[in-house]
Ligand binder design. Structure first.
Ligand SMILES: [Zn+2]
Length: 224
C-alpha cells in the first residue's frame, strides 16, 4: 500500500522525484515526461515510455526501483503481438510476460523493459510470412533464413539506455537468452545474476522451444 501511494505521488509530482533517487545501483534517474501508474491484475506498475531515434515507443513497467538498494529483477521482453495480445501458442511470449509481471510484483522491486522489436526484430509482416513457412515444416530459424531475414535482429543498446534513465545499472535478469545478457553487459549494465525464465511450454510450441535451445543457444531444458 505504501508503494502504491508513492507511485501516485511521483506521477503527480514528477519534479519531486529528483530529490529521492538514491537507489542501488545507480546512476541518477532522470525525469521522463511520459510517466504514470498502470493498474494491472498483477498489481500497480509505474509505466514510463521512451521513444528511440526511429520513433519506436518502448516502455518500462516497474515497481519499487527508487526504494531499494538491491539489484532489481529485470525482464527484457520483446513485443510479440500474437503471443502477448492474441494468446498464440506458437511461442511462449505471453506466459513469459505474465509470469514476469507476477514475479516482479511478488518481489516488490523490478522492471519489465518492453521493447517494440516484434518477431525477434524482423517485424510483424515478416514474422507471419515466416509462420507460413513454418506451417510447411521449416523451423523458426530456417524460416527466417529462407526469407533472407536474420535469425535474430534484436538489439539491446536502447534497453540499456532506458534502464540507466530510470537509475538502474545492475540487474538480476530473467532470461534464457545469452544474447540479452551480452546485449546489456556490452552497454554498461552489470548482470548480478541470471534468473531462468521457463514457462508456457506446450505441445504447440515444443518444437519452437527445442529449436531455440538446439540452434540458437537459448538455455532451455528439453523437458520442463
Ligand atoms: Zn512470441
Amino acid at each position: 500500500m505504501f508503494l502504491k501511494i508513492q507511485f501516485s505521488y511521483t506521477s503527480l509530482y514528477p519534479q519531486r522525484r529528483k530529490l529521492r533517487i538514491m537507489n542501488n545501483n545507480t546512476a541518477p534517474a532522470v525525469n521522463i515526461s511520459s510517466d504514470a501508474v498502470l493498474p494491472t491484475e498483477h498489481g500497480n506498475f509505474r509505466m514510463r515510455v521512451f521513444v528511440d531515434k526511429d520513433g519506436a515507443e518502448h516502455s518500462i513497467l516497474s515497481v519499487g526501483l527508487d526504494d531499494s538498494s538491491k539489484s532489481p529483477l529485470v525482464r527484457i521482453h520483446s513485443e510479440c503481438l500474437t503471443g502477448d495480445a492474441f494468446g498464440s501458442l506458437k511461442c511462449d511470449c505471453g506466459p513469459q510476460l505474465q509470469a514476469a509481471m507476477a514475479r516482479i510484483q511478488e518481489e516488490g522491486v523490478g522492471a519489465i523493459v518492453y521493447m517494440r522489436q516484434e518477431g525477434r526484430g524482423i517485424g510483424l509482416e515478416a514474422k507471419i510470412r515466416a509462420y507460413a513457412l513454418q506451417d510447411q515444416g521449416y523451423d523458426t530459424l530456417d524460416a527466417n533464413l529462407a526469407l533472407n531475414l536474420p535469425a535474430d535482429a534484436r538489439e539491446y543498446d536502447f534497453s540499456a539506455h532506458m534502464l540507466k534513465q530510470v537509475g538502474v545499472s545492475s540487474v538480476r535478469i530473467m532470461t534464457n537468452n545469452p544474447l540479452k545478457i551480452n546485449g546489456l553487459e556490452s552497454n554498461g549494465i552489470k548482470i548480478e545474476e541470471r534468473v531462468p525464465h521457463i514457462t508456457g511450454r506446450c505441445k504447440s510450441n515444443n518444437f519452437y522451444l527445442s529449436t531455440k535451445a538446439k540452434r540458437m543457444g537459448h538455455l532451455i531444458p528439453e523437458h520442463v
